[in-house]
Design a protein around this ligand. Structure first.
Ligand code: PEP
Ligand code: MG
Length: 571
């Protein structure tokens, strides 16, 4: 089988299929006594699992996160809710149906409440309802939080929140039927340095739990029914990779300089506070993209201002005076927040996403801005808005910063006087009109993941069109060049934080186009640093000019590939 290599590395391990089974509730009744016993046992098990989960969460994510599970325990013991279920079972209803019926009534009642906090409790009851029913019907989802040995997780779709909840220490690799190379699960895999392949057609029909398979995350090839020879081959490749990694690790403490001594800032992209350690270990010069939405994902309610403040403060303090660019909430697209109760959209990537959603949910946006401003005194904070597509949006978002500044001043809370505010250039309208936006920003950061999908009209997560998704496309390069030049005309820096910034073949072109900073996942930093030492700015400038004369992505990629090979031979 074959898919799209999403995260490098060789992998040789046993498979665990990740499946979310459909629950089919029947009205069929065993005896009343048996149904009652099934309900009571399911309730007891769900309760004791919740207590264990609560302890684990408190240890890993803190007391505040664990409070959600306290609320679940309270609901599971609430007689006002349990007794009607028991009455329905006594009256002849099946246990699963009784839970479904009674708890759905509660869910509707909570959903209808005006108070936002109370209406959000409906999600907790929904979660509990599904867990009890799954227990009764012995139909549980695959548990990824506790893996006994290094395992390859394979699924049709492994959502970002399921990936985030995995026992990462034991995930040897990820395989997915869905998704393109820049889906958020692919990005997460790269961040965690877990080999991954996405967009594998027929994956779920061709492997099963317990199979031992191998795959190459660079080429996208998957090998099943391994022969002895193949096993030996993979073992030796794994060994080679280990040696290469050890050589690269030594570069972590070296400065990121080109062969002719030009400093190129290599920043890290982070998606959690834990990622800071990963990028620091690789010697990152700063944080070019802090995907703040991780604070909202995988939880039933919204993070409080305090939770957010503490997370930003922690990152800023760890990075000391180094640049930390925090991107405000980018929800929508393939990232959902249950607590927001977002409606399903036909085209979510073209829908209510990022700054558009924040404009609609102004209070949630303000809560984040307040938390950021409060944290600003602890380091070198930069604030960046995602998915800006018009000047009105940019001005509105900057207006919100001013409003929050005033509020905090009235409350006597200190905020840093100068906080650079910039935008992600990831919508073509902004890249085309970059000259209009640059004077109103302190910096630009090009988001090639979205800029490519929107410029080429290719869904970044759709495996059937993944071969059309290419940031070497001349149209994408044209927009990148236009953006960098507009930034420089206005006297502001222009970085890049999309996946292209960490692509070895793209880096010489970007230096040639005079990019100021490259921000990438931790796993790409050392290789980029290694490459820089083989390049001179002049040569890159020539390459930059040459690729702009080419007409196809294929020709451009070939040119830069040959350019790198030639440099490497000389070195
Ligand atoms: C981008 O679009 O390039 C980007 C960095 O943002 P995200 O991948 O989070 O959408
Ligand atoms: Mg984006």
């Amino acid at each position: 089988m074959r898919g799209f290599g999403a995260s490098k590395g060789f992998c040789y391990a046993k498979v665990l299929l990740f499946q979310e089974k459909e629950i089919a509730i029947t009205g069929q009744v065993k005896t009343v006594a048996e149904e009652m016993k099934m309900f009571e046992e399911a309730l007891r098990k769900v309760y004791s699992e919740t207590v264990t989960l609560r302890e684990k969460t408190a240890k890993e994510a803190g007391e505040e996160a664990a409070e959600i599970l306290d609320a679940h325990c309270t609901i599971l013991m609430d007689e006002g809710m349990i007794n009607p279920i028991k009455e329905a079972v006594s009256g002849g209803m099946s246990a699963a149906k009784a839970v479904e019926q009674i708890l759905t009534e509660y869910i509707r009642a909570f959903e209808a409440m005006e108070d936002e906090y109370l209406s959000l409790r409906a999600l907790d009851i929904k979660d509990i309802k599904n867990r009890i029913i799954r227990k009764i019907l012995h139909c549980e989802s695959t548990d990824l939080s506790n893996l006994p040995e290094p395992t390859i997780i394979a699924g049709h779709d492994i959502t970002p929140s399921a990936t985030a909840g995995m026992d990462v220490g034991h995930v040897a690799g990820l395989l997915m039927e869905m998704g393109g190379n820049t889906s958020h699960t692919a990005i997460l895999a790269r961040t965690l340095e877990i080999p991954a392949i996405v967009g594998v057609r027929g994956l779920m029909d061709n492997i099963k739990t317990g199979d031992t398979i191998a795959f190459d995350g660079s080429t996208g090839e998957i090998f099943t029914d391994l022969t002895e020879g193949q096993m030996a081959y993979f073992k030796s490749r794994q060994q080679e990779e280990r040696i290469r990694k050890e050589r690269l690790e030594k570069l972590a403490k070296r400065e990121s300089l080109t062969k002719d001594g030009q400093k190129i800032n290599l920043y890290g992209n982070i998606g959690s506070t834990e990622d800071v350690t990963r990028i620091m270990e690789k010697g990152a010069d700063g944080i070019g993209l802090f995907r703040s939405e991780f604070l909202y994902l995988g939880r039933k309610d919204l993070p409080s201002e305090k939770t957010q403040f503490l997370a930003y403060k922690k990152v800023l303090e760890t990075m000391k005076d180094k640049t930390v660019i925090v991107r405000t909430l980018d929800i929508g697209g393939d990232k959902e927040v249950p607590a927001l109760g977002m409606k399903k959209e036909e085209n979510p990537f073209l829908g209510l996403r990022a700054i558009r959603l924040c404009k609609q949910e102004k209070n949630i946006f303000k809560m984040q801005i307040r938390a950021l401003l409060k944290a600003s005194v602890y380091g070198n904070l930069h604030i960046m808005f995602p998915m800006i597509s018009s000047l009105e949006e940019l001005r509105w978002a900057k207006g919100m910063i001013n409003e929050c500044r005033k509020e905090l001043a009235d409350e006597g809370i200190a905020v840093k006087e100068k906080i650079p505010v910039g935008i992600m250039v990831e919508v073509p309208s902004v890249a085309v009109l970059a000259d209009l936006f640059a004077p109103e920003c302190d910096f630009f950061s090009i988001g090639t993941n979205d800029l490519t999908q929107y410029t080429l009209a290719v869904d970044r997560g759709n495996e059937t069109v993944a071969s059309l998704y290419n940031h070497f496309h001349p149209a994408v390069l044209y927009l990148i060049k236009n953006t960098i030049e507009a930034a420089h005309r206005a006297g502001i820096p222009c970085g890049m934080c999309g996946e292209a910034a960490g692509n070895i073949r793209m880096i010489p072109i970007l230096i040639g186009l005079a990019i100021d900073e490259l921000s990438m996942t931790a796993s790409a930093i050392l290789e980029a640093k290694d490459l820089l030492r083989e390049l001179t700015v002049d040569e890159c400038r020539q390459l930059g000019a040459a690729v702009m004369c080419e007409k196809t992505a294929e020709q451009i990629e070939k040119l830069t590939k040959e350019f790198i090979e030639k440099r490497r031979k000389i070195c």
